[in-house]
Design a protein around this ligand. Structure first.
Ligand SMILES: [Zn+2]
Ligand SMILES: [Zn+2]
Length: 121
């Protein structure tokens, strides 16, 4: 097993700057650059932590999401952060995550947040 990246052949050994973030792959390593996924919208690579999954499979930059997708993501984040303390949210989240659902995810998310707000008071 050598220290070169399987994809681009760059040396990823200690001191190269690629050592810390390299990942073990078949018979070698992948450097952090080759590990980056390409955006399904603009085709440019996505930095770690800037990736967003739409419907569990499309991977894009946050900035490549449509306004509506960003709205859904923000609502979903709020629901996700509440869900671990509140089991009634699970059902709503499942509906929102289900791409085949005929329900409007934005409406479901808003209704759920409204229902929770009322409950908290
Ligand atoms: Zn590489
Ligand atoms: Zn993009």
């Amino acid at each position: 097993m050598n220290n070169n990246c399987n994809e681009c052949g760059k040396d990823t050994s200690f001191g190269t700057g690629l050592f810390v973030n390299r990942v073990v792959a078949d018979n070698g390593y992948l450097c952090p650059i080759c590990m980056q996924l390409d955006c399904d919208r603009c085709s440019f690579p996505i930095e770690v932590d800037d990736d967003i999954r739409i419907n569990g499979e499309t991977i894009i930059h946050y900035n490549c999401a449509t306004a509506e997708e960003k709205e859904i993501l923000q609502l979903k984040d709020r629901l996700d952060s509440l869900a671990h303390t509140c089991s009634i949210l699970q059902e709503s989240l499942e509906v929102i995550a289900d791409i085949n659902s005929e329900e409007d995810p934005v409406r479901i998310a808003q209704e759920t947040l409204e229902a929770l707000a009322v409950k908290e008071i």
